[in-house]
Design a binder for this molecule. Structure first.
Ligand code: NAD
Length: 512
């Protein structure tokens, strides 16, 4: 850029973009999308969604109950046969059109997501593009969805194929809600399932937009239905509805357990992406500068409200002091601010209740005898919303609550370790098993530790980098099942076996 040209004021541009969108949102409110129609709650009740920046009400939202879920499930049931039987190439085209529609509104989605969730623009700017990629990736896989195996035997020609399981429920959380919802909805639609989506009550704004974009793209009515409302009301009813064949759920471990029980009488198939308390293990032979960048990024980006965040730093004692010194400086320098400001690295947390939960761990840390080295207080940010100081807790032991519980905020617990055996033992000493990150210059050790870690996803000398064909999911209390690539189809489809006799085998003759 020419020196004389002033830098574009992205913060102001974001505010200008958001203003008319917010006005419209407030005026229209948010209804359910059922059978292609935007409708109010059958009870007429609404709840409000407020911005974590300043607690201002963004919209009044239809409060769904079992009745609304029943309407949506029946709409999904009616739409299912035609969507299932649509030629894959046509379905592929429609899903690419959804991706086009998302890309066309990517900037609007970014600012709305920032305002509804408190996530910083620097991360949300790309969230809609990643959501569009989810649709493109699975659009291209539509033509493979029914693929199976050919396993001939002497007397039979055996083939397997896959068929979509039916209408499915998708229940999503409030962290990066737009991207996460598409990560579930895109493969379900590509498989030929119809969907009832119950977004999180704390972040309904972009879920509403997604439902509208899918309709505008020409996806038939009833293929994607969205019912807003509370977990114990609309969410519960969805998991219990007999027309819904499977539940794809992303959220807390305790909610996953409740959903499993709720879905048991109707034999729901479940896919769970749950909580995490993920270790990043840094050995003394690692590239410590790169490790430091990754450690800071993986817990303080996205406000630490990220299931794959590395919320436990396991640092080898021989380099601990030096590493913690540099880490402390970086955490102190993090920029907390307004989510629409491109300079902001940490925005306000989603909700007052979540802020209280995160802040409660400052005392937990102190009581357990750990040191709050940086942060440890709410932060007085622009708008006066739910800001918190990025926090670093040092001197922790593996059995402390700050080393065991998922805090789900910009909160890092540091635990020193002696050697490889010690590191593995500490890493595996939690009930979760979502991701693990290992930093070492010794490739043999990297692979040994990767093998020993109880986690569904391991990155060696890297932060979490998404690659859509790879399996995504957790072990232990972090989840059941895998997403990504063909793994998603395994969940949204039934495998069917077809055996054709060559006409040569002997059939037992009874009743002669
Ligand atoms: P949550 O479990 O409170 O809510 C998630 C969704 O479940 C919401 O839509 C909610 O309304 C609904 N719900 C709540 N109770 C329900 C019930 N009884 N029946 C049906 N639905 C119900 O989770 P949250 O606080 O919104 O999200 C944060 C959690 O999500 C964290 O634990 C985080 O680790 C987890 N998460 C996991 C992944 C992953 O991939 N493993 C990704 C993102 C978030």
């Amino acid at each position: 850029m020419d020196k004389a040209t002033p830098k574009p004021d992205v913060f102001q541009a974001n505010r200008d973009r958001a203003a008319p969108l917010l006005k419209q949102l407030k005026a229209d409110g948010i209804g359910h999308m059922i059978g292609g129609e935007t409708v109010p709650a059958s009870s007429g009740e609404t709840f409000d969604t407020a911005s974590p920046i300043d607690n201002s009400v963004l919209a009044y939202v239809a409060r769904g109950n079992a009745n609304d879920i029943d309407h949506a499930a029946k709409a999904a049931q009616r739409a299912f046969p035609a969507w299932r039987d649509m030629p894959a190439a046509k379905r592929k085209k429609l899903l690419h059109r959804v991706a086009d529609a998302i890309e066309a509104r990517a900037d609007d989605i970014a600012v709305l997501e920032c305002i509804d969730t408190g996530q910083a623009y620097r991360f949300m700017a790309k969230a809609a593009i990643r959501a569009a990629e989810n649709f493109r990736f699975f659009a291209d896989k539509c033509t493979e969805a029914r693929d199976g195996l050919n396993t001939p035997s002497d007397e039979h020609w055996n083939v397997s194929t896959r068929v979509p399981i039916g209408p499915v429920g998708v229940i999503t959380p409030w962290n990066t809600p737009f991207m996460l919802s598409t990560w579930k909805i895109a493969p379900a639609l590509a498989a030929g399932c119809t969907v009832v989506h119950k977004p999180a009550e704390w972040s309904p704004v972009t879920a509403d937009l997604l439902a509208k974009l899918v309709k505008e793209a020409g996806v038939p009515d009833g293929v994607l239905n969205t019912v807003h409302g509370f977990g114990e009301e609309a969410g519960k009813a969805l998991t219990e509805h007999p027309a819904i064949k499977a539940i794809a759920f992303v959220g807390e471990t305790a909610t996953g357990a409740a959903i499993m029980a709720q879905g048991a009488p109707t034999l729901k198939r479940v896919h769970f992406e749950l909580g995490g308390k993920n270790p990043v293990i840094v050995f003394d032979d690692a590239d410590l500068d790169r490790a430091l960048d990754a450690v800071v990024f993986m817990i303080y980006s996205l406000n630490g409200e990220r299931c794959t965040s590395s919320s436990r730093l396991l640092i080898q004692s021989s380099v601990a002091d030096k590493f913690i010194e540099k880490l402390t400086a970086r955490v102190k320098a993090l920029k907390v601010g307004h989510p629409l400001d491109p300079a902001t690295e940490v925005g306000p947390l989603i909700h007052e209740r979540h802020l209280d939960k995160v802040c409660s761990y400052f005392d937990v840390a102190r009581k357990d005898g750990a040191t709050v080295a940086v942060g440890g207080k709410p932060y007085d940010g622009p708008g006066g919303g739910h800001y918190v100081q990025p926090t670093l807790v040092t001197g922790a032991r593996a059995d402390m609550r700050v080393a065991q519980d998922e805090v789900f905020g910009p909160f890092l617990t540091v635990i020193p370790f002696k050697d490889e055996t010690d590191a593995i033992e500490i890493a595996n000493s939690v009930r979760y098993g979502l991701t693990g990150y290992v930093w070492t210059g010794d490739m043999g050790r990297a692979l040994r530790v990767a093998d020993a870690l109880e986690a569904g996803m391991i990155w060696l000398n890297s932060e979490n980098v998404r690659h859509l064909p790879t399996p995504f999911g957790g072990m232990k209390a972090s989840g059941i099942g895998r997403d990504g690539g063909d793994y998603s189809f395994e969940f949204y489809m039934e495998t069917k076996h077809v055996s054709l006799a060559r006409g040569t085998h002997k059939i037992q003759r009874l009743g002669l």
